[in-house]
Design a protein around this ligand. Structure first.
Ligand code: NOJ
Ligand code: CA
Length: 686
């Protein structure tokens, strides 16, 4: 048995004095390092079992993650897992409050205790990988640091072997991973031991005590996203997304992996609040002054295409014409919207743009019936911004080639925000190698993780924000790059136009406690016509369409319906015009995954509050407790709720709009019909 003291590290790393490891005891599994949350309730322990690194997580001394293995399959250098021992732990802690330039909360408290432990091989090359764990009162993040060393310099990670052994019988809400439609699947609700391979966030609810546990990751930079693959029972492990390269990840040491996160809450509302660990595990803003990143509400040349009334491609039904753009700008200006999204303005949509993998897209050339100069000047004169659009059809390589020209073009036309898109089946991300050969990658693989940051940084140079569709999952990078404002990454409203099946009413109350734990979603709410393509009925009430503006957070929030439909539904439209897209603070008032969700949010820098509630296909009554309001002050509450006889299966348009005076002491019962919901705007006074 080599003596660990003899291990010398390349690259000037400090020698790690291994008090326990220096003795033969090191090879026994009797070293455990532990770090607990500031309130001491959640603890992370690292040990070795049969010389395999093994961690566990407890809350109030009860297991949350039962002993779970850690390790890596390393290209050309074998598995890193067996015959390991732990070095000495070092500790740190932090307690600070930081401000989001925009967000669902202005202030976020970052309070954790941290532990770093070297995991060292006792055999062979004596490689070392460090584990860093941060424990918050609301969960755990841990990552691996690959120090600079001779045997691990150019690292090829074929697989990461991080296990999550969920303790206690649980049920799970999850979408399938590794399939063609990326993140756009309906959620499964199954016993935890019947999950297949899932995307994260995946949410578990324990049977005996109702504990909520969501597994996800934070700060996914230059690495492959992981899917959660079930091994047996309730034991899962990371499976890295695919790569065109032999290894799923290629890095040069020193580097760190993304954080593997375990978000813990007593109930669904608690879980949503606990998800702030995702932001807290990301690095602070690297862009400096980001006052140019502005939350905005927008309409768009969009729903008419999804209804098949207009087209993205050129021709008689072309949507993005100068005339249409000017009409939409007029409507936006009249009703106080900040921006108009214009899709299908640029060359490349004709023919089969999906089948051709976007090879014809040109991001700086408009169709002849779209006069960008004129539209931009008109928008400027009306005080409305254009929201740009770059659909790539997954051809990230072509987009990267044109990136600077594309951003420069939009910047010259005063465009502050661009929606990007990567419509392609999983595995259909196209780029070229140095010799010009076509290479295929994955939407959530390492190559695409790099591509997204390249786009975000190129946009930042031009003071442009990015809203990504068909994205890589959100892992909180908006903290570091605040111009990455939103993304899709789940089934959004478009499925109510043409989805087969459309999103059922349980979709939004499921999203609230799964996908939305990861960050903002450009869901594109507000289809007040309740009608999709070819006249299909959307399974929602009118009031619920309003609720989604509060429930589903995005700093770029679309009012997605056609202008003429808003004109027809003036009462509903009033709420859509009033509701902000940027918040001072957020409170989840009530909810159960897949059943219902009630959110309250206070306008950023204002005193008005907004409440939104949605239910699944069950009608239910919730009692709203207004204790979140400041004490001793009256508020005027304007309420939009499902009317009698309303609900899916009834009159979906039935809506009661009424006013009431409430205070922090008010408890107000409110009924949601099947597939329904409600929205409330609260202003001081009354
Ligand atoms: C899919 C996006 O989700 C949708 O919003 C967009 O209109 C189309 N792609 C076309 O880019
Ligand atoms: Ca999509």
């Amino acid at each position: 048995m080599p003596r660990l003291r003899d291990i010398a590290w390349a690259g000037g790393l400090p020698f790690v004095a291994l008090a326990t490891a220096a003795s033969p005891a090191a090879a026994r599994d009797d070293v455990t390092h532990r770090v607990c949350s500031p309130n001491e309730r959640i603890c992370f322990a690292l040990t070795t079992e049969n010389e395999i690194p093994t961690y566990s997580v407890t809350r109030d001394d009860k297991p949350v993650i039962a002993p779970s293995r850690l390790g890596f399959m390393l290209r050309g250098d074998g598995k890193f897992e067996h015959s390991t021992a732990l070095g000495e732990a070092t500790y740190a802690e932090a307690d600070r409050t930081w401000e989001q330039p925009w967000g669902e909360n202005r202030l976020t408290r970052e309070n954790y205790r941290e532990m770093r432990v070297p995991i060292i091989e006792l055999i062979g090359g004596k490689r070392r990988i460090d584990l860093i764990a941060c424990v918050f009162d609301s969960g755990v993040g841990f990552r691996f640091a690959f120090p600079d060393q001779e045997r691990l310099k150019d690292v090829g990670i074929d697989e990461e072997l991080t296990e999550f052994n969920i303790a206690g019988e649980a049920e799970a809400w999850w979408i399938t991973a590794g399939e063609w439609n990326r993140y756009e699947y309906l959620y499964n609700h199954t016993p935890a031991n019947q999950v297949g391979t899932a995307h994260t966030p995946i949410t578990f609810r324990r049977k005996d005590d109702g504990l909520h546990i969501a597994i996800h990751e934070a700060a996914l930079v230059d690495y492959a996203a992981f899917w959660l693959q079930r091994i047996d029972g309730q034991r899962f492990r990371t499976r890295l997304s695919n790569s065109s390269e032999a290894s799923k990840v290629r890095r040069t040491a020193p580097f760190e992996t993304p954080w593997r996160t375990i978000i813990i809450g007593d109930d669904a509302p608690g879980l949503y609040a606990a998800a702030d660990i995702i932001l807290n595990l990301n690095e602070p803003n690297k862009l400096g002054d980001v006052s140019w990143v502005k939350p905005l509400k927008y309409i768009g040349i969009w729903w008419a295409m999804h209804l098949d009334q207009w087209s993205w491609n050129s021709g008689p039904t072309h949507g993005a014409t100068t005339a249409h753009a000017m009409q939409y700008i007029d409507f936006a200006a009249k009703h106080g919207f900040d921006a108009v999204l214009i899709e299908g303005w640029n060359k490349g949509w004709d023919g089969n743009w999906i089948g051709d993998h976007g090879r014809n897209f040109n991001f700086a050339e408009a169709y002849p019936d779209f006069d960008m100069e004129r539209v931009a000047a008109y928008a400027k004169a009306k005080g409305v911004a254009i929201m740009g659009h770059h659909e790539t059809a997954g051809n990230s390589g072509l987009y990267a080639e044109q990136l600077d020209a594309a951003m420069d073009y939009y910047a010259r036309h005063g465009v502050p925000s661009v929606k990007t898109g990567y419509v392609a089946d999983a595995g259909g991300v196209l780029h070229k190698d140095a010799a010009g050969n076509e290479i295929w990658d994955w939407h959530d693989g390492q190559w695409q993780s790099r591509h997204h940051l390249e786009v975000v940084l190129a946009a930042a140079k031009h003071h442009i924000s990015i809203n990504t569709h068909e994205p890589i999952k959100d892992t909180g990078l908006r903290r570091t790059y605040p111009n990455w404002v939103s993304r899709e990454g789940a089934r959004g409203m478009e499925y109510q136009a043409w989805g087969d099946p459309p999103n059922p009413p349980e979709h939004e109350p499921t999203l609230a406690f799964t996908r939305l734990l990861s960050g903002p979603m450009d869901f594109t709410p507000g289809i007040v016509s309740l009608t999709g393509k070819g006249g299909r009925e959307i399974p929602s009430t009118l009031a619920r369409q309003l609720a989604n503006f509060v429930v589903i957070y995005s700093p770029v929030q679309m009012a997605a319906d056609l202008p003429e439909n808003y004109e027809k539904h003036a009462q509903a439209f009033e709420f859509i015009k009033r509701v902000p897209a940027d918040w001072e603070r957020t409170r989840v008032l009530a909810g159960a995954i897949g059943d219902y969700a009630v959110f309250a949010r206070q306008r950023r820098g204002g005193q008005d509050w907004y409440v939104g509630g949605v239910t699944d296909d069950q009608a239910r009554e919730v009692t709203l407790d207004f204790a979140f309001l400041p004490k001793g002050r009256s508020y005027r509450a304007k309420i939009w709720r499902d009317g009698p006889g309303g609900g899916v299966g009834g009159d979906r348009f039935a809506m009661v709009v009424e006013e009431k005076t409430v205070t922090a002491a008010t408890k107000l019962p409110i009924r949601m019909e099947a597939g329904g919901g409600f929205a409330i705007a609260l202003t001081p006074g009354g």
